[in-house]
Write a protein that binds this ligand. Sequence first.
Ligand code: PMV
Length: 340
Amino acid sequence: MVHMGYGETWAKVILMGEHSVVYGYPAVAAPLPSLKMRAWVTPAGLCATSCVGTLKALNYEGSLSGAGDRFGGLECAVKVATEFAGCPGLVFDVVTDSSFPAGRGMGSSAASAGAVIRAVLDACDVRASEQEILHLTNEAEVITHGNPSGLDAVTTCSRDVVTFQSGQIQYMRVDMPAYLVIADSGIAGSTREAVGNVRKADEKNHAYVRSVMDELGEMALASKTDLELGAVNMLGERMNRAHELLSELDVSHPLVDHLVDAARSAGAAGAKMTGGGLGGCLIALAEDADTAQSIKCALLHEGACKAWIRPLGAKSDGRFDDELVDDRRYELDNRPLIAA
Ligand code: PMV
């Protein structure tokens, strides 16, 4: 008997290796398990043409057909999950609720696909391995992004930092005495467009683009070692260089560049854009809690619409435990909730 189902995933940031990871180079990404993506599905009959009845997601509420093609990935997620569950033709009403913004490089599309797939499997009482769920999530990501590396699907359901290369996944427990400040420029970027721009640049100037990717890939591997050794300044320098290279690839944005500079002026050991780019978020590395707080204040002052602090140490002082709160109001109003 099919019943209501629930699934959840969370946000992520890429520490090193966005874009080059699409070409088979290594990347390192950190999950943000407190910033949840939740999905509920309710069975709504049978239909040969559509697997989604009504949809409530982001700021949309209504029939799937009335939403245009912006939810194609989500529709695909329901379709592949019902087929996997052996119930093709089943229709679900779908609700998602996110505590982090979409289109800002935090993995929203992979997170929503992963949450919806888990919800459908739950509704059908079907178990799947993590590997099978990742495979289904990437099918939905193909609809959204065209050519996903698979990194987002893995990191948005991992509790540990992920190193990833061509589908090979390694998990690492990071215990670095440092803090990551994540800030949202408020500008929605398109990962599909950014990935397409890099592809065009690669076709036009292959040798140059590959030399950039070689360097990004080497830095991703070195960053993994930095995280293991707790080498905060080394990691910060690599973040600065990665931002420079990604800007050269034309996937950053003037406001993100400005915020990266502001983070450095406020004491960051390094800062860079994160995710697909053309807007979206940046990340900055802080050596201690006070510096993290100063960076966050500076970023909000300089134009970020929201900022979070994520301790990288397993035994953080607890001071920021409330920062990565499950902030359900985000979608309703875009104001920063934590006063600068
Ligand atoms: O912007 P996001 O959160 O979808 O991250 C995209 C990361 C890329 O490396 C640019 C693309 C990918 O598939 O890995």
